[in-house]
Unconditional design. Structure first.
Length: 401
């Protein structure tokens, strides 16, 4: 186990102990001990199959893991339980990379015409008519979460209009929602000054693209990504559908680009293949815009104000809808040498791409959480998947030979 991962584990266990003392709940402590043992087994795994099996056992519904060479050759595949690679499930925050890809495909001009020649420099003032400082926010800042549209209270986001838009929401409904975001977010941090991970940024970006294109978000996704990649949209299973309320598969997902997509792991792999191959040679996204998706989008002086991974000592920077996991996140040039770009889901769904080693991987999982009062259960999805990913990466180079 690397020193970097050891540091992660130490921070993780200390946090667990502190929180366990706080809750003082014997049953939950017993549950925690069992789950720690399972996680330790995953960390100590000796083969990729063993790593996967240990981690998949933490999921109530199973999991799948696939590794592909850049050319699409699948060099590893394993699944366990009900949630196979062809089963539909929520991808939660892994939606963010899909949202950025959809928007960059539209900007590339491959799936519709822009009424305003929209680009990453286009502002909220240009499209939404916002004024003042918030009218200067760019599409680039929205997709990189540096727009400054940060809630005063992070808990308020979960009860916001993003999650309650009715099916077939009108333009007025959507405009009211993004205006609510404008009027109910902080004003002390200027656009570009801080990174703050939340769902508001992408909601505003989606609305800008809807207005500019004259299409709703679901249609944009289908035209720009799903159709050219032969992703089957199925209202019955929910595959390829965006929902405002992802937990109940309901509501309008026009502003849920940060979390609202249901998709199979196999279909997500199609998107990763396209991105690994320069937007399929520019037919879907221009190679320049693929580079924009993955490069460090922090401006000079941008600081992290909120990132859930900073809790564990990972100060990753951000691209457009994806994290930049590397040895030197503070230095874009050094980071580029060993970067893995990934888009974690809250349920543990974990796709990543290594453009240097020319491969991509998709860990498809859901429903790690089993007990809302158990601190392991609360933190487990991202951390368990990250543990698995770190171990899996030790075995992947041999698969690529």
């Amino acid at each position: 186990m690397s020193w970097e991962l050891l540091r992660f584990v130490i921070r993780y266990v200390v946090l667990i102990c502190l929180m366990s003392c706080f809750f003082e709940c014997k049953k939950e402590e017993d549950d925690t001990a069992g789950q720690i043992a399972t996680i330790q087994a995953a960390i100590a795994c000796k083969t990729l199959n063993e790593c996967f099996d240990s981690t998949a056992s933490l999921s109530k519904s199973g999991a799948s893991f696939q590794v592909f060479k850049k050319d699409g050759t699948r060099v590893y595949f394993r699944e366990k339980g009900e949630l196979g690679a062809d089963k539909v499930g929520p991808v939660f925050s892994a939606s963010k990379l899909v949202t950025s890809s959809t928007i960059m495909a539209f900007i590339s001009g491959t799936c519709g015409s822009s009424a305003n020649s929209i680009s990453l420099s286009t502002t909220t003032g240009d499209i939404l008519g916002w004024t003042g400082v918030k009218g200067s926010i760019t599409l680039r800042q929205l997709l990189s979460f540096t727009s400054g549209l940060n809630p005063e209270n992070r808990n308020s986001e979960m009860s916001s209009c993003l999650f309650t838009l009715p099916v077939g929401a009108s333009a007025g409904d959507k405009n009211s929602c993004v205006n609510f975001i404008r009027d109910n977010t902080q004003t002390s941090d200027l656009p570009g000054e801080v990174f703050y991970y939340n769902s508001y940024h992408m909601a505003v970006a989606q609305r800008m693209i809807e207005i500019d294109s004259g299409k709703n978000w679901q249609d944009l996704f289908e035209d720009c990504i799903a159709s050219p990649l032969s992703i089957n949209i199925d209202a019955g299973t929910g595959n390829g559908i965006w929902y405002g309320d992802i937990s109940n598969k309901s509501g309008d997902g026009s502003l849920a680009g940060a979390y609202g997509l249901y998709l199979t792991a196999n279909d997500y792999a199609k998107i990763m293949h396209m991105l690994a191959n320069e937007g399929n040679s520019g037919a879907i996204i221009s190679s320049q815009n693929v580079d924009e998706i993955f490069k460090d989008q922090y401006e000079a002086g941008t600081r992290i104000k909120y990132s859930q991974f900073a809790l564990f000592g990972y100060y990753w920077h951000y691209g457009l809808g994806n994290w930049r996991f590397c040895s030197h996140p503070e230095d874009a040039s050094k980071c580029d040498l060993d970067v893995n770009n990934h888009s974690f889901g809250a349920n543990g769904f974990y796709p990543w791409i290594d453009r240097n080693k020319e491969y991509y991987a998709v860990f498809g999982v859901n429903e790690f959480n089993s007990n809302p009062f158990n601190i392991i259960s609360i933190l487990q999805p991202n951390s368990a998947s990250l543990f698995f990913g770190q171990d899996a990466k030790r075995y992947i180079p041999a698969l690529l030979e």
